[in-house]
Design a protein around this ligand. Structure first.
Ligand SMILES: C=CC1=C(C)c2cc3[nH]c(cc4nc(cc5[nH]c(cc1n2)c(C)c5CCC(=O)O)C(CCC(=O)O)=C4C)c(C)c3C=C
Ligand SMILES: [Fe+2]
Ligand SMILES: [Fe+2]
Length: 339
């Protein structure tokens, strides 16, 4: 098989620097058909579901892909905007703003692309576009602050799958996590403080992360440790105690135990115990998406209020806020300058 190269390759060209921002991905439309395509790709990834392949193939194709797409499509419709999926719209704005900031600070030889691990725009299209622009140094920033094999390592798999047919591999820098980066923690703390200055401080802050099966943690996935460290640093920065700021895991899928405590059970328990007011923040999501806008802000709100709680608020993700763009740009500039 011939290995491929940049189509307009010039041996004397000046090397450029490419940045690939990635996130999980989202369906192309909030329809059952689009959800089936998206979920099939996502849930066929062995990094996401670690089960014997034949058994999982039967469950996925026999049950899940017949039931879940319609249910998920209805949930996506409830958050879909004029700009499409919130995750996609916000990710595009993040890419545009980061590109402007990096070009202002480092010059025009920097190119920034956005790619999604599942669906569109694909990792292949992002990498090929940077290659066509002559990028020979490549910085990949998966927008997952906390490393997990299910997300971060899966992104790496997709990159190596594309590059294994390339003639010239760029100098590759893969940013594996930034769960304790001071600029990220500062941006999170500032977002909470600003929210509280405007709306008042609740009794408790619940810091909710997407879960993973407990089995993956026992096999060595550091994700829960990264989540705990983010929460500790945030709590310290806010000057609050372990009762006021607590961690939980949301979005469990399937029957086996996932990381605990579960977000829904925690909120039900707090409602029953007489906790009056709760704010929830989800620092593992760089952009608001179905998991925050629907599962947290709607579904879990109901659990808390039905259990006896009085006030529930969701503090938005960092999204394309100036503080977030600045934090991500600082992360990238440090990597680019090798410091
Ligand atoms: C099947 C197991 C799943 C694992 C393990 C998992 C890990 C994981 N996911 C995210 C981030 C996101 N997940 C999102 C949606 C989503 N996640 C799963 C399943 C697993 N995720 C499903 C089936 C879905 C689709 C929605 C649904 O049908 O419920 C999203 C939202 C995407 C959007 O379009 O809005 C994000 C983001 C992380 C960070 C993570 C492990 C650390
Ligand atoms: Fe997920
Ligand atoms: Fe969910």
């Amino acid at each position: 098989m011939p290995y491929s190269a940049q189509s307009n390759f010039d041996h004397n060209s000046r090397p450029k620097t490419g940045i690939l921002l990635t996130n999980l991905g989202t369906p192309d439309a909030p329809t059952t058909k689009a959800l089936r395509t998206y979920l099939k790709e996502f849930l066929s990834d062995p990094r996401v579901v670690e089960q014997p392949r034949w058994l999982w193939w039967l469950i996925l194709n026999g049950i899940i892909l017949n039931v879940r797409p319609a249910k998920s499509a209805a949930a996506y419709r409830s958050v879909w905007s004029e700009d499409g999926s919130p995750l996609m719209a916000i990710s595009r704005r993040q890419r545009d703003k980061i590109a402007v900031l990096l070009q202002q600070r480092l010059g025009d030889d920097i190119h920034v692309e956005l790619a999604m691990r599942y669906g569109n725009p694909s990792i292949r299209s992002g990498l090929e576009s940077l290659r066509e622009k002559g990028c020979r140094k490549l910085f990949v920033l998966p927008l997952y602050p906390q490393y997990s094999a299910t997300t971060t390592a899966s992104t790496f798999d997709a990159i190596s799958d594309v590059m294994n047919s390339w003639r010239r591999i760029p100098a590759l820098h893969f940013i594996d996590s930034y769960h304790d980066h001071p600029a990220y923690i500062d941006a999170l703390a500032a977002s909470v403080q600003t929210y509280w200055q405007q709306h008042g401080q609740p009794e408790r802050l619940l810091v909710s992360f997407h879960g993973i099966p407990e089995r993956y943690f026992r096999a060595g996935d550091p994700y829960p440790c990264h989540c705990r460290k983010t929460v500790r640093l945030l709590r310290e920065k806010l000057g609050l105690n372990e009762e006021q700021v607590q961690l939980s895991f949301q979005s469990r899928f399937g029957r086996e135990p996932w990381m605990q405590p579960y977000t829904d059970e925690t909120l039900k328990q707090w409602g029953k115990e007489g906790v009056n007011s709760v704010d929830v923040i989800c620092p593992g999501f760089a952009a608001d998406c179905l998991e925050t806008l629907e599962e947290i802000a709607v579904e879990n709100r109901d659990y808390f209020l039905e259990a006896g709680g009085h006030q529930f608020r969701y503090i938005p993700a960092l999204n394309d806020s100036d503080a977030h763009i600045e934090a991500l740009a600082r992360l990238l500039i440090t990597a680019i300058n090798g410091r």
